[in-house]
Structures are given as structure tokens and as C-alpha cells.
Design a protein around this ligand. Structure first.
Ligand SMILES: Cc1ncc(COP(=O)(O)O)c(C=O)c1O
Length: 363
């Protein structure tokens, strides 16, 4: 038989390994009580308003969704104070990462990012045949000076997770503005702000301001998966220069965002009390984690996101497995290049306490 025309650069991709689902851990280890602090989900669940809206909308799932996500785009535009023409809604912000790679990168071209960042960037870049180039980190954060040195005439797209996953570090307005001066106009810089809602830093950059001032080579990605508690429905969005948004609309599938996701996101956006409650929980949780890690003498990285990265000073994979057997799912950071580090999502107060009890037992 003749060989199928598999592309060598796709065969070389290492697939993304997500956090273990609770049901899988219960099934495999025969456990009854399992908590998951592994995928930066919202421990409060979805907004009750989103649930009510989805229940109502269930009756209409025999119809195709609104292909232009009209009502959600309209509400987002008002909430963000940005024109509708600048927005693209996606099947999770992951879909928009894919649209950017497909839209801007061809075989042999380069996508630039940092070491120790979101693992979906290399996967979706390599699938397009691009060379994925990284710069080393500085103090667990992006080193923009080193990244600027890696820009070549083949660089088409730059991904910057701000705040970064999995370290929780952020880049300030000054850092970002200095970097952008070194980026050629024909290279698109994508600021992935999946954890934007958890930022307390006052010097966080205003990339939207740059876009609305007609800067064409920057864009922002945001998601409803984290602060809005809709990870299972897959919905996120991007803010682009209107020309870029129009271009991406040509690439996306006609019904890329399902109807329940649109309805739930719209209801969540209006539920300001739920959003505030989530932020309060994360801000207090972060401080609790810092205090507890200090008591244990374990190094950690200060975070602007809903998770904290800590150094368990031993093989992280072994500790991860020990905690798993006790019903606490966290994330080993081996795949991200931090073999002794663990990332833990901030949960409900009782979950956070269970995590520390379990950690102490396993150490
Ligand atoms: C930095 C970053 N970007 C994007 C995403 C993907 O979010 P979504 O669920 O909207 O696809 C994540 C999810 O973990 C993330 O950490």
C-alpha cells in the first residue's frame, strides 16, 4: 500500500497533555473525593445567570448558532468600549491562536515566544509548518530583550502570554512599549491575556489603547474559560485592528462558536457580581498560598493569575503522583521545563486548605 501523505512537521508535534479530569482520577484510582486544582478553572463554577440562560436556550439546539455571534459581539463591544469591527469570537481563545497561525504563518517561517510559556503556541505553529523559536526566561518571566534579539526577517508572529501561564508573572507597560519599538511593523505581536481578570498590577499595559490608536501589528486574546467559569463551553475572543479582524473572519468556520456558549458568555458578561466574587476569591487565595508556602519554606513565584507556581525542591512528577493518589490533582511542570515545580490553581478556601494538608503529608 502507498503511504498516506502525512506531513513530517505535523508528525513531529508533541500533542498537548491537559490536566487530568476528576472523573478519570476517581475511576482509575477508585477515589470518592477528588479536587482538581490543575487547569485554572473557576472554583465557583459558572455564573448562575449563565446556567439559567443555557437552560432556556437548550430548547433551540436543533438550530444552527448565530454565525456572527451578533448579540455577544455587541455586548462585548460596549463592555470593552471598542468597535464591533475589532472583535473576533472564537471556540476558546485557543481557536484564535490557531486562526492567527493559519492566517499569518507559512511553511519555513518563524513564530517567536519564550521558554516556559503556554504549550499551545508551539503546537499550533508547528502544525502550520513554522519554526517555533524561543528565548530563555529571566526570573520566571519573559525576557523581552532576549526575545527582540531573536527576531529575524522570517519572524511573522510573536506570542506573549501576559500574565504568563504557567509562571503567573506579568510584563509592565514600560517593558512592552520598549519591546514594541524593536518589532518590525509587519510582525504581529499577540498579547494573550487569558488571565487579565486577575491582574492587580497598576502598570499593566493598555494594548487595546494601541489597537484603537490604529496600531496594526498588535492584538489581544481573552477568554471566558477562567474568570467567567465557562471552560467546558469553549469560548474566547480577540481584539484586533479592524483589518486583521476582517481577515480572521474569512478563516474561521461559519459556525465556530456554539449557541450555548454564546448565550452563556452573554449572561456571564452581565453578571458583574459573579465576576467580582471570583476576583475576590482569587486575590485572597493568592495571599493565602504565599503565606503557606512561606511557612513551608518552599520558593514560589508571585502571580497575577489564578494559580501559583512553586518549587517543591524534588521531582515534581513524583509529588504530583503522590498527591493524585490522595485525591488532589495539580499540574506537574516537567513538560514546561520546570522539573521540580508544580502549578496549583487557586480553589475554594476548603480546597486550598485540603491542598496544603495533602502537600504536607506528601513532602
Ligand atoms: C495563556 C493561555 N492562553 C489561552 C488559553 C486557552 O484558553 P481557552 O480555554 O479560551 O481556549 C489558556 C488556557 O489555559 C492559557 O493559559
Amino acid at each position: 500500500m502507498k503511504k498516506l501523505p502525512l506531513k513530517s512537521w505535523i508528525e513531529a508535534v508533541h500533542p498537548y497533555v491537559p490536566g487530568k479530569p476528576i472523573s478519570e482520577v476517581k475511576r482509575e484510582l477508585g477515589l470518592k473525593n477528588v479536587i482538581k486544582l490543575a487547569s485554572n478553572e473557576n472554583p465557583l463554577g459558572p455564573s448562575p445567570k449563565a446556567l439559567a440562560a443555557v437552560r432556556k436556550a437548550l430548547r433551540e439546539i436543533h438550530l444552527y448558532p448565530d454565525g456572527g455571534s451578533f448579540y455577544l459581539t455587541d455586548a462585548l463591544a460596549r463592555a470593552l468600549k471598542a468597535p464591533k469591527e475589532n472583535l473576533v469570537i472564537g471556540n476558546g481563545s485557543n481557536e484564535i491562536i490557531e486562526l492567527l497561525a493559519r492566517g499569518f504563518v507559512s511553511e519555513g517561517e518563524e513564530v517567536l515566544s519564550s521558554e516556559g510559556t503556554f504549550l499551545v503556541y508551539p503546537i499550533l505553529s508547528q502544525v502550520c509548518g513554522a519554526r517555533y523559536v524561543t528565548a530563555p526566561m529571566k526570573n520566571h518571566g519573559y525576557d523581552l530583550a532576549r526575545m527582540a534579539e531573536k527576531i529575524t526577517p522570517r519572524t511573522r508572529l510573536i506570542f506573549i502570554a501576559n500574565p504568563n501561564n504557567p509562571t503567573g508573572t506579568y510584563l509592565s507597560r514600560v517593558d512592552v512599549e520598549a519591546f514594541l519599538k524593536k518589532v518590525p511593523d509587519d510582525v504581529l505581536v499577540c498579547f494573550d491575556e487569558a488571565y487579565f481578570d486577575f491582574v492587580e498590577a497598576r502598570d499593566f499595559p493598555d494594548v487595546q489603547g494601541m489597537i484603537l490608536a490604529e496600531r496594526k501589528n498588535v492584538c489581544i486574546l481573552r477568554t471566558f474559560s477562567k474568570a467567567y467559569g465557562l471552560a467546558g463551553l469553549r469560548i474566547g475572543y480577540g481584539i484586533f485592528h479592524a483589518e486583521t479582524a476582517g481577515y480572521l473572519h474569512k478563516i474561521r468556520q461559519p459556525f465556530n462558536v456554539n449557541s450555548l456558549a454564546q448565550i452563556a458568555a452573554l449572561a456571564s458578561l452581565k453578571d458583574k457580581a459573579f465576576h467580582k466574587k471570583t476576583q475576590k476569591l482569587v486575590f485572597a487565595g493568592r495571599r493565602f498560598f504565599y503565606r503557606e508556602f512561606e511557612k513551608l519554606g518552599l520558593p514560589f513565584v508571585e502571580s497575577q493569575a489564578n494559580f501559583v507556581l512553586f518549587d517543591c525542591s524534588r521531582d515534581g512528577e513524583t509529588l504530583f503522583n503522590a498527591m493524585l493518589r490522595k485525591g488532589v490533582i495539580v499540574r506537574s511542570m516537567k513538560a514546561y521545563g520546570f522539573p521540580t515545580w508544580i502549578r496549583v490553581t487557586i480553589g475554594l478556601d476548603a480546597e486550598n486548605r485540603k491542598f496544603f494538608k495533602c502537600l504536607k503529608e506528601c513532602l
